[in-house]
Design a protein. Structure first.
Length: 121
């Protein structure tokens, strides 16, 4: 099993970086994950989600390496933000991010494959 704390670099295309960043920073107060969901994503709780998502988003924007755990958190947060209308943007994804569902889905599939390899899925 790979060490989740190991720092790894993933070379991202600009649209992949933009999408991950949007998935991490697009949350509003009403659409944040619950305490339980924050823990399921890999954070210590809702407060940790609030603090760490900004750090992860900044690191991605700077093209810096992240731990395997942080890559997992970033992808899961994006997936939840994109797909869930209860704990994410859902139907309002395009309004919140300016990215269409179709372009998001195409880039998301690439990210799922890359991050899956990085985290050892």
């Amino acid at each position: 099993m790979r060490d989740p704390r190991e720092v790894v670099d993933v070379v991202l295309e600009p649209e992949e970086r933009t999408l991950l960043h949007a998935g991490l920073v697009g949350y509003r107060e009403a659409s944040r994950p619950t305490q339980a969901m924050s823990i399921a994503i890999g954070f210590e709780g809702r407060d940790d989600f609030e603090n760490e998502r900004w750090r992860i988003a900044d690191t991605i924007q700077q093209s810096s390496a992240l731990s395997r755990l942080d890559w997992t958190r970033a992808l899961l947060t994006l997936e939840l933000m994109f797909a869930s209308d209860i704990m994410g943007a859902g139907y309002e994804w395009e309004i919140v991010t300016g990215l269409s569902d179709s372009e998001t889905l195409a880039v998301l599939r690439r990210l799922q494959k890359m991050v899956g390899i990085v985290v050892g899925l």
